[in-house]
Write a protein that binds this ligand. Structure first.
Ligand code: AMP
Length: 432
């Protein structure tokens, strides 16, 4: 493996900054997470929706919000030869709502439960755990504003992390109000921060004009200190939002989901209303990045041209989850590991083994082989490396006799069986 510097000096190509290859030995984690996501999604009645990676730029400017970090700093925008302005999708929710409105999903029975997995692109400062291409699992429930759905969605998240064997996970939750109560709260915030403008970080001084709620979750030490005294969102909710939030918390209690109220959680996107949440490993809440997060969006569908319709959703960071599973040394077993290695010797043995390989594969026996290696030693070494319990050996003699040798890789004991019986014999042994 050559270093980055060497590759550059030799004019070799590299993956773009902030992107990476997921190597074969890593795939086991990704497959497992996608499997659990799919299983949990189905068990809660979610249907899969896949949307294109490219979308119109305007969708996110209008949906995510023109003053958000995603739109201002992080979108990969491009102009096509035909002059269209497209982006590599930076998040799923606006794309789901675009599809919901475009594909007639709005006329299906509600609430509509949709999910997907796939890559997202954000031009972020790249570092471990933060990539410019990352993958998320995304879940949305569209069509109702009942607080029970907010709680059940958080339960879906917990079912996925639980299904992966992760423990000590906690939800952080807040309510950021609605169109009725947020303007007054926003005003209060602006008044509060204006009095202390000189103490704010540079970014927050700029944000104060456009997106004052974002000041609440600024990580700069100066702003964190000021935020100890900021008026809190939950003290400034209208009755409807207050009751909605109270109900969400009661449902979470009922589900025994551990949560922490976090009055600084705002999630930074324009479309959120009422509930916002993030899911964190308990021991690192506030450090690195959350495993995922989401919230309610009761205005987004109208903003994007539909009827006034509620929605609630979340995104779960798969890269982050993979790193976390590895840090915690959680064993992820692969269902696709081979249980048999087929060793072939001599020209006739190779021919017959080629056919036997197909017979075994069709009989759903997971078989590995190396047809380009010709010595017994080299092939048995590979079998050893793959930790298969059995090897099949098919040489010139066996090919002529219509037999094959089954070798127990642990004990080294061998038995010759007829070709017709080999599948039955293997199935018996592999089961044991
Ligand atoms: P967000 O869409 O920003 O709410 O992110 C949801 C989750 O996706 C986060 O909690 C992270 O786990 C993950 N995530 C977001 N951005 C990135 C990134 N640049 N690289 C890796 N994971 C990310």
């Amino acid at each position: 493996m050559s270093s980055k510097k060497e590759r550059k000096s030799k004019n070799m190509f590299q993956a773009p900054k902030g992107t990476r290859d997921i190597l074969p030995e890593e795939q086991i984690y990704w497959e497992k997470i996608r499997q659990v996501v799919q299983k949990v999604a189905k068990s809660y009645g979610f249907e899969r929706l896949d949307t294109p990676i490219l979308e119109e730029e305007g969708l996110f400017i209008k949906g995510t919000g023109s003053s958000t970090d995603i739109v201002q700093k992080e979108m990969y925008s491009l102009k096509t030869k035909g002059g269209d302005r497209l982006v590599l999708r930076p998040e799923f929710t606006p794309a789901f709502i675009r599809a919901y409105l475009e594909d007639g999903l709005s006329s299906r029975p509600h609430p509509l439960k949709l999910y997907t997995t796939g890559p997202l692109f954000r031009y972020e400062r790249s570092q471990k755990g933060r990539y410019r291409q990352h993958e998320q699992a995304n879940f949305e429930i569209i069509g109702e504003n009942d607080p029970v759905l907010d709680a059940q969605l958080i339960q879906v998240f917990f079912s996925i992390v639980g299904g992966l064997g992760l423990k000590d996970i906690v939800a952080q939750i807040n309510s950021i109000g609605c169109r009725q109560c947020r303007p007054a709260y926003r005003k209060k915030l602006v008044n509060f921060y204006n009095k202390r403008k000189g103490e704010l970080c540079f970014d927050c001084q700029k944000r104060l004009r456009q997106n004052p709620l974002r000041l609440l979750d600024c990580k700069d030490d100066r702003c964190v200190l000021i935020n100890e005294e900021t008026p809190q969102t939950i003290d400034n909710l209208c009755l409807d939002c207050h009751n909605h939030f109270k109900n969400v918390l009661e449902y979470l209690d009922e589900l025994e989901i551990p949560y922490i109220l976090n009055s600084r959680l705002v999630r930074g996107l324009d479309y959120y209303t009422k509930t916002v949440f993030e899911i964190w490993p308990e021991e690192e809440a506030g450090r690195q990045s959350a495993l995922g997060g989401g919230g309610r969006y009761d205005n987004l569908i109208k903003i994007l041209g539909g009827k006034e319709t509620s929605g609630v959703g979340f995104g779960l960071g798969i890269d982050r989850l993979v790193n976390f599973i590895k840090e915690k040394n959680i064993k992820v077993s692969s269902e696709s590991l081979p249980s048999i290695f087929l060793v072939q010797l001599g020209e006739l043995g190779k021919k017959k083994a080629l056919k036997l390989f197909e017979d075994l594969r069709r009989a759903n026996i997971k078989v590995a082989s190396q047809f380009s290696k010709n010595t017994m030693n080299a092939q048995l070494k590979s079998a050893d490396k793959m930790k298969v319990p059995f090897a099949l050996i098919l040489g010139q003699k066996e090919a002529l006799d219509g037999t094959v040798i089954i070798r127990d890789m642990k004990s080294g004991s061998q038995e010759t069986v007829l070709w017709e019986k080999v599948i039955k014999e293997l199935k018996k042994r592999v089961k044991k």
